[in-house]
Write a protein that binds this ligand. Structure first.
Ligand code: NAP
Length: 290
């Protein structure tokens, strides 16, 4: 059992709800594994109390925090600095202690990029379909554009949201590669093989029999499908991708690497691959037990 003493640094997760988070498991494991005197706890923050929570954390000498739903955009107002990517995406999930307050980063996106790379998936010159234009779909579209995707087809049920994001990302990145499409128009996409990133909330536990697109013809065009959902371990989207011969991945490595990136920022260290994979095994056990 790790000793908590007067020198132990505190980090944590700001959100509402936070009760089901797996982040403490990752960070407390990494701290122990790397011999770093840091502990990580959930902070349930009520609506209206976000700014006082961030300022209070600073006063309490908290080393850093993650931020989750529903505060990833609102928290930006309480920070003293923003990383370039987080500013462009308009969402922050990691606060790093600096002089006078916290600087905001988006390790959801750097973590997703690292997760894709770990599976041998590159975005450069790739044509990507992104399903979903919510908070994460927006960040994913941005990530694809910044990392050299030749085309990003952003499909969403509510077309206006996809259009807004496409316009914003193209303008900020200085490209025209992001196109907004209605979800139901998937069959009009050019007939080729795509990397597909599933960024809707459809198929998330307990509604595991749902999927945003059912048509098998769509899955014939998927060479690799990356679902950001990780509960269940294998989503219906993943099953449909595999059935047509594509590679399918869940979002657990995104969760892992967003945490690893935050841990490295807070502790100014490099987490060895071996330690990251031990943390991944822990997560995998926890998810498959659920
Ligand atoms: P969000 O902002 O609520 O967006 C939800 C998206 O799903 C929107 O595009 C929405 O379309 C679409 N959607 C919901 N119900 C639908 C339905 N019945 N039919 C078609 N589309 C539907 O959520 P988010 O924050 O972007 O999160 C999206 C997913 O990413 C969640 O499942 C979350 O668990 C996952 N995630 C994973 C990680 C990770 O570390 N792996 C991190 C963050 C999030 P409309 O715009 O038309 O409503």
């Amino acid at each position: 059992m790790r000793e908590i003493n007067g020198k132990t640094r505190t980090s944590g997760l700001i959100g509402n709800p936070v009760e089901h988070t797996m982040s403490p498991m990752i960070h407390n494991f990494l701290a122990e594994e790397l011999g770093i005197d840091m502990t990580y706890v959930p902070f349930h923050v009520e609506k209206g109390a976000l700014d006082t929570a961030v300022k209070g954390a600073y006063s309490l000498n908290v080393l850093g925090c993650n931020v989750t739903v529903p505060y990833k955009s609102d928290v930006m107002e309480s920070l003293v600095a923003l990383d370039d990517i987080a500013e462009k995406i308009g969402a922050v999930n990691t606060l790093v202690r600096v002089e006078g307050g916290y600087k905001g980063y988006n390790t959801d996106i750097t973590g997703l990029l690292r997760a894709l790379k770990s599976e041998g998936i590159v975005l450069e010159n790739e044509e990507v379909i992104v399903l979903g234009a919510g908070g994460v779909g927006r960040a994913v579209a941005f990530m694809c554009a910044v990392n050299g995707a030749s085309k990003v087809y952003l499909l969403n049920r509510t077309i206006e949201k996809a259009e807004h994001i496409a316009e914003e990302v193209n303008c900020k990145v200085g490209t025209q590669c992001v196109e907004a499409w209605r979800m139901e128009e998937y069959d009009k996409l050019p007939d080729k093989k795509y990397l597909v990133i599933q960024a809707t909330s459809v198929g998330l536990f307990p509604k595991v029999d749902e999927v945003v697109l059912e048509d098998e013809a769509f899955y014939k065009r998927v060479k690799a499908g990356y679902d950001l959902i990780y509960t269940p371990w294998e989503t219906k989207f993943m099953k449909l991708v595999k059935k047509q011969g594509g590679q399918a991945y869940n979002g657990l490595k995104m969760l892992l690497f967003q945490a690893v990136d935050a841990f490295e920022l807070w502790n100014e260290c490099k987490v060895p691959d071996e330690s990251a994979y031990k943390a991944y095994e822990l997560l995998q056990q926890a998810v498959t037990k659920r």
